[in-house]
Design a protein around this ligand. Sequence first.
Ligand code: THU
Length: 159
Amino acid sequence: MKATKIEITVYEAGKSTELTPADSTLLHEAINATKNAYAPYSKFNVGAAVLLDNGEIIYGSNQENAAYPSGLCAERVALFYASSRYPNVAIKAIAINSTVNGKENHDPVYPCGDCRQVLLECENRFGRPIKVIMGSASKIHVVHSIKDLLPLSFVLKRE
Ligand code: THU
């Protein structure tokens, strides 16, 4: 059998000042959004900030529920709101941040599988790569397309 290696590129920054000014701003907006999380069950607060092609920034935070599956991740709260508010505007980037038990997380927060699938669809829908900025108190990881986080992804073909 033939083996094919798939390479992804992940950029790492020690602190937000090493990011571009636009990415640094977006990450700070995600850090602010983290404060609006409703996560009494996991105590894992997540904030997301989505930069649209029209320059607007849309925020999201995770929203939990006593019936656990009824909650939603910060990324999808922001992405679905962005799409419902501006259905025809492409997404340029998303920044994500988290705290654990009210303290800074020292590991970047990586989007869950469901959020990756939604990001992929946003990317494919507009044919524009979405930069993903994954923050933490110690290091920041950046990928230039969601395809780096979801290679060999599912795409619905109708014919
Ligand atoms: N969560 C997010 O909001 N985004 C992620 O990328 C991973 C997980 C939320 C879901 C749940 O409210 C809490 O974090 C713990 O899983």
